[in-house]
Design a protein around this ligand. Structure first.
Ligand SMILES: [Zn+2]
Length: 344
């Protein structure tokens, strides 16, 4: 594990070399592949009870599709590193990290802060998930790939600084965003969240941050109940939280509509240097935990909108992070559609 001192040393070295990357140019001599999938099998070690929808089978299904695309030469699969304590502490409080450790070690079956089931391997899996996003950020910022998809679980966007809930332990995408800022000197990051549930944890982390534009669509009323358009951020973050709640039954027209008409102009004003996606596929028609109606083609077009923003402002750099998606048949199809456009 890196000490804080060595972390800061690495961070300052990376900062010196990141100016080229911020102009959208890969480092000379580095292989630039259009898309890489980052996957750590340790994420399977988080094992809620067998009837729980957030199961290791989700990633088995996703990786089946990913391996097929890899065999077709359309993307490559990379092995990430687990998150260090320093990475996690970029977002979470020391007290929360300590309680997660202690509760898992004590054999608790549910996190005391919220509705997240635990198993003996949950800490290993949660550190692997957050580290996967950190590794993907390094690859994209160093020009090894233009876009990255993080096949991770447990999901992250419901976890705030001091509270895991909603199947989430650490906020994977928030850790990646903070890491991009500290290690690679990225000043402006867009996070677009199309999971059916509001990303309350991500919103809370970046509420007054100023470096992150958080754009979220979600079903309302629905879990966790937050995400009103009146929630807009505060201080340096005022106006950088953009919530778009939709009633059950909404789909292509409403959601692609706000991506094109609300997200694009907001992002063109903000000019992100890195674009990240909280890619939850429980907004797909037929998902057991949602009532929105997006299709696989819609996910392709949502991806196009976000990739377009990245190409205009961020040298094409996109880090996409799996959140929800609980239909074992639908999830791999939606991911395939998303990956096809990330790799285009
Ligand atoms: Zn969700």
């Amino acid at each position: 594990m890196l000490s804080r001192r060595s972390f800061l040393h690495h961070a300052s070295c990376a900062l010196l070399t990141s100016k080229t990357a911020l102009r959208g140019e890969g480092a000379p001599g580095v292989i630039d592949v259009p898309a890489q999938v980052f996957y750590d099998p340790a994420t399977l070690r988080h094992e809620p009870p067998s009837d729980h929808p957030e199961s290791p089978k989700r990633l088995d299904a996703v990786m089946g599709t990913v391996r097929m695309l890899e065999r077709q030469g359309r993307l490559s699969v990379a092995t990430p590193r687990p998150a260090t304590e320093d990475d996690v502490l970029l977002v979470h409080t020391f007290e929360y990290l300590k309680s997660v450790r202690a509760e898992i070690a004590a054999g608790r079956r549910t996190l005391s802060t919220g509705d997240t089931e635990l198993s003996p391997g949950s800490l290993t899996a949660a550190l692997a998930a957050a580290g996967t996003v950190v590794s993907a950020v390094d690859a994209v910022m160093n020009g090894r790939t233009r876009t990255a998809f993080c096949a991770v679980r447990p999901p992250g966007h419901h976890a705030s600084q001091s509270r895991g809930m909603g199947f989430c332990v650490f906020n994977n995408i928030a850790v990646g965003a903070r890491y991009a800022r500290r290690r690679h000197g990225v000043d402006r990051i867009l996070i677009a969240d199309w999971d059916v549930h509001h990303g309350n944890g991500t919103q809370e982390v970046f509420w007054s941050d100023g470096a992150v534009l958080f754009f979220d669509i979600h079903q309302h009323p629905w879990y966790p109940g937050t995400g009103s358009p009146d929630e807009k951020g505060d201080g340096k973050g005022r106006g950088l939280i953009v919530n778009n709640p939709f009633p059950a039954g909404s789909g292509r027209k409403e959601i692609l509509g706000v991506f094109r008409e609300v997200l694009v102009p907001a992002a063109d004003r903000f000019k992100p240097q890195l674009v990240m996606i909280s890619a939850g596929f429980d907004s797909r028609a037929g998902d057991p935990l949602g009532r929105l109606t997006l299709t696989d083609q819609d996910f392709a077009e949502l991806t196009d909108v976000v990739v377009g923003i990245a190409r205009r402002h961020a040298g094409g750099r996109v880090v996409s992070v799996l959140e929800g998606g609980y239909s074992l048949e639908g999830l791999p199809l939606a991911v395939a559609s998303h990956l096809a456009r990330l790799a285009s």
